[in-house]
Design a protein around this ligand. Structure first.
Ligand SMILES: NC(=O)c1ccc[n+]([C@@H]2O[C@H](COP(=O)([O-])OP(=O)(O)OC[C@H]3O[C@@H](n4cnc5c(N)ncnc54)[C@H](OP(=O)(O)O)[C@@H]3O)[C@@H](O)[C@H]2O)c1
Length: 287
């Protein structure tokens, strides 16, 4: 078993998770739309992740739509008591596979109810409100949608709230409405626009959960990653994840993969130690 606890743990409200987790978006079909080509393979990835100690899985009911959550339920329900499933609302899918916004209070409630049904849960551990656009955060108030989620939290449908694709100002506005336990934004060794936000959240004990930690739809490629990986006899992806773990103690990882072999490579980052020289070489990628 990969020693994923080497990377440490972090609190998300009342839940505590291993910093090395798993993102389930790659388990739907191409374009995150429809069923996967290899459903058994998808079930195997989830089961291998949990058997390896992963207790933090990121998902959404709009992956598929519904497909990824139903696969998670089939693979893992009844869920281990220490498993924290984090989902997100704020978008839906159209018939072409597009991602229109769904941020009215009614749409957010429907999103929460769909997640509950498809995951087979009475309450969701953590729900992230997905704001922003494809290119990143967009200015604007979070008051109406975040208040709608806070009401569902008061009703007991949601345990904790988070935000995704937001600015620091939007985090502060949301915190005046209800506690925020995590922020999920685009960040990796080559995309470091959120450096200040990572540090500000660390000071407050709030988790920063980078999406696209491996570059997302365009996986990271860099001579520095390859050089460090060569020296340490590991893969560039493992190095990219180890860099994130060493970047700040509040960073939790949710790399996505549809392959058990890639999953194992990714989990290996939890026990990979980068030297100061390695980190300096990698820092230059995003400099
Ligand atoms: N909040 C948001 O708006 C938002 C947006 C996007 C994603 N997310 C979440 O963040 C998670 C992570 O993002 P992501 O999955 O899009 O991107 P990612 O983790 O950066 O990269 C996934 C891509 O890298 C490949 N890959 C994974 N491990 C690999 C390895 N060891 N070697 C080579 N290739 C590898 C995957 O293909 P294979 O399947 O072939 O391994 C896939 O194409 C998602 O699963 C999702 O839960 C959230």
């Amino acid at each position: 078993m990969t020693k994923i606890r080497t990377a440490g743990r972090f609190s998300l409200g009342s839940r505590t998770v291993n910093r090395m987790g798993y993102g389930a978006m790659q388990l739907a079909g191409p374009g995150v739309f429809g069923p996967p080509k290899d459903r058994d393979g998808a079930l195997a990835v989830l089961r291998a992740a949990v058997e390896s100690g992963v207790n933090h899985i990121d998902t959404s009911d709009f992956y598929g739509p519904h497909v990824t959550n139903r696969i998670i339920r089939e693979a893992l329900h009844p869920y281990p008591s220490d498993l924290t499933i984090v989902t997100k609302v704020g978008a839906r899918r159209d018939e072409q596979g597009g991602w229109p916004r769904a941020r009215s209070p009614q749409e957010l409630r429907q999103g929460v109810l769909d997640n509950l049904e498809n995951l087979g849960l009475d309450a969701l551990d953590i729900v992230n409100l997905r704001l922003g656009g494809v290119e990143g955060p967009e200015p604007g108030s979070v008051e109406v949608p975040f208040t709608a989620l806070a009401e569902m939290q008061s009703e007991g449908l949601i345990r904790h709230l988070g935000l995704s694709t937001v600015t620091g100002e939007q985090v502060a506005e949301a915190q005046a409405i209800a506690p925020v336990v995590c922020v999920q934004n685009l960040y990796n060794v080559a995309r470091r626009e959120d450096d200040e936000l990572v540090d500000a959240l660390a000071e407050q004990g709030i988790a920063y959960v980078p999406y696209f930690p491996l570059g997302g739809f365009s996986p990271l490629q860099s001579s520095a990653l390859s050089a460090v990986a060569g020296r340490l006899d590991t893969s560039p992806m493992t190095v990219a994840l180890a860099w994130l773990l060493q970047r700040s103690p509040n960073i939790l990882l949710i790399p996505g993969t549809s392959s058990v072999a890639h999953l194992r490579e990714n989990l290996a980052a939890a026990s990979l130690q980068l030297s100061e020289e390695d980190v300096a070489e990698l820092d230059a990628i995003g400099g």
